[in-house]
Ligand binder design. Structure first.
Ligand code: FES
Length: 318
C-alpha cells in the first residue's frame, strides 16, 4: 500500500470554464513519467498539507507518459483540495504526486462501452473515450452539463464526434438526454461506466438496477450523502488474515488509525472511501461506511479509511 512519490512541475494551467481548470504536470527535468491506463488517478500533495486524488483526463500514451493532465473544479464547499489548487498552485511550481493508480479500468471484453459523465466526472471517462477511439472500440460517451458554458474539455469532446452525446440542462438547449431511456435496455455485452456527483450516480444506478453487477463500473469523486451507513460509531475487530492479527478499532477510530497505532503503514488520500488508495481485499464480515460500489467491489474490497464492520468483525486480506 506504499505508493512511489514523484516530483512534477506544473507546466500549464488552462481555464476551461468559470469553475474548472486543467493542470498539466511534466517531469521537472524533461524526463518521462510512468505510464498509466485510462481511468487511472494520481494523488496530488497540495500546499496546506492536503492530499487529493484526481483522475487523469487524457488517454495514456504507452509505457511512459510525457505529461499528466487533471481537470479540477473549484468546489464552493472545498475542504482545501480544489481551493488549494486553484488559488495557490502556479505554473512552474513543483508538486509531489503519487504514481498513477487505476481502480476504474476499462473492461476490454465489452462489446460496447456506455460512458456516462456528470460534470467534472468527465475526466476519467474522457481518457477512456480517447483510448477506445484510438483502439477502434465501440463506445458512446454521454456528457451531462449544466450548460455549454459549464462544459470542460469541449475541444477534446468535439474530436470524439460522432461517439459523443451531450446533455445540457439549459432549458433553451435542444439537446436533452433521458437517463431512464438510456438505461432501460442493455444491449448484449454492453458495459456501463459512471462518474459524476452523488445525485447523478444515484439516479443512474437506480435506472440501471436491472443491469448485471459485473457490467456496471463506478467512480465517485465525492462521497454520496448516505456514505456513512449502519455500523458507524460502533467498535469492531479487524482481523488481518495474512498476519494472523486481531486489531481492535474503537468507536471513534478508523481502521487506518488503529493500524497506524500498531505501526502498520496504510497510505490514504481522500479519506472518504472514494479514491481507492487504502483499499485492501475483503475476506469475511459484512461491512458498511463506504459509498455504494458495484456488488462485485462490495464483495471483494474494503476501504480502510472508512469501512466498518456491521456485525462486529471484519476480516481482510492483510
Ligand atoms: S483514502 Fe481514499 S478510499 Fe480510503
Amino acid at each position: 500500500m506504499l505508493d512511489r512519490i514523484l516530483t512534477v512541475r506544473v507546466d500549464r494551467i488552462t481555464r476551461l470554464t468559470s469553475e474548472v481548470a486543467a493542470f498539466e504536470f511534466v517531469h521537472p527535468w524533461g524526463g518521462t513519467l510512468p505510464g498509466y491506463r485510462a481511468g487511472a488517478h494520481i494523488d496530488v500533495h497540495l500546499p496546506g498539507g492536503f492530499v487529493r486524488p484526481y483522475s487523469l483526463a487524457w488517454a495514456p500514451q504507452g509505457a511512459s507518459a510525457t505529461r499528466y493532465v487533471i481537470g479540477v473544479k473549484r468546489e464552493p464547499a472545498s475542504r482545501g483540495g480544489s481551493a488549494s489548487l486553484h488559488e495557490r498552485v502556479r505554473k512552474g511550481d513543483l508538486l509531489a504526486i503519487s504514481t498513477p493508480r487505476n481502480t476504474f479500468p476499462l473492461h476490454p471484453e465489452a462489446a460496447h462501452h456506455l460512458l456516462l459523465a456528470g460534470g467534472i466526472g468527465l475526466t476519467p471517462l474522457l481518457a477512456m473515450a480517447q483510448q477506445l477511439a484510438c483502439d477502434g472500440a465501440a463506445f458512446t460517451l454521454c456528457v451531462f452539463a449544466r450548460s455549454r458554458a459549464h462544459l470542460a474539455f469541449a475541444g477534446e469532446l468535439a474530436a470524439l464526434t460522432p461517439s459523443i452525446r451531450l446533455h445540457v440542462d439549459d432549458p433553451a438547449a435542444p439537446q436533452k438526454l433521458d437517463l431512464a431511456s438510456l438505461l432501460a435496455h442493455r444491449p448484449e455485452g454492453t458495459h456501463l461506466y459512471l462518474c459524476g456527483p452523488a445525485g447523478f450516480m444515484q439516479a443512474a444506478l437506480a435506472h440501471a438496477a436491472h443491469w448485471p453487477d459485473e457490467a456496471v463500473h463506478l467512480e465517485y469523486f465525492a462521497p454520496p450523502d448516505n456514505a456513512a451507513d449502519a455500523g458507524h460509531d460502533e467498535p469492531f475487530v479487524l482481523v488481518l488474515a495474512r498476519r494472523g492479527l486481531e486489531v481492535k478499532v474503537a468507536a471513534d477510530q478508523t481502521a487506518v488509525e488503529a493500524l497506524h497505532e500498531l505501526g502498520i503503514d496504510v497510505s490514504t488520500s481522500c479519506e472518504q472511501g472514494v479514491c481507492g488508495t487504502c483499499v485492501v481485499g475483503w475476506q469475511d464480515g459484512e461491512r458498511g461506511g463506504t459509498p455504494d460500489q458495484s456488488a462485485t467491489e462490495r464483495r471483494t474490497q474494503v476501504a480502510l479509511c472508512c469501512s466498518r464492520a456491521k456485525s462486529g468483525v471484519l476480516t481482510i486480506d492483510l
